[in-house]
Design a protein around this ligand. Sequence first.
Ligand code: RTP
Ligand code: MG
Length: 140
Amino acid sequence: MATNRTFTMIKPDAVKNGHIGAILEQINGAGFRIVAMKYTQLSAEKAGEFYAVHKGRPFYDELVTFMSSGPIVAAILEKENAVSDFRTLIGATNPAEAAEGTIRSKYATSIGENAVHGSDSDENAAIEGSFHFAGTDIFA
Ligand code: RTP
Ligand code: MG
């Protein structure tokens, strides 16, 4: 399997609850290398753009408000099979359904405030990575 990349955000709930260090440690421990990273806050406009695919869903406004409510950590991660392995590492969207030991099972508080984002395809990983980082911000 070729080495490839995924994109993640540690969401405002996990940042507020003091879990940045533990989450990054779990990500590194699972074999992902951080090739770009920043601590930032999304405007409501930027959060809406990032999650535009969900526009019209009942949770969209809540999601945009939540994702712009405080700072996040955004990062590009590299590993073999990155997208799928990272989705396994974070667990199901709803923490009540997330497998034991996954990041969401440990740190998410609800289906909306679920601690981390992970890209759902190689194509979206590339789009989401370039949404946050210029090529010169990436150090492979
Ligand atoms: P993400 O994109 O953040 O990695 O999450 P995901 O793929 O597991 O879930 P997705 O369906 O893409 O939903 C994006 C985010 O919207 C919020 N959400 N809230 N209240 C709800 O029913 C609901 N459903 C989704 C979550 O923050 C979810 O991660
Ligand atoms: Mg998603």
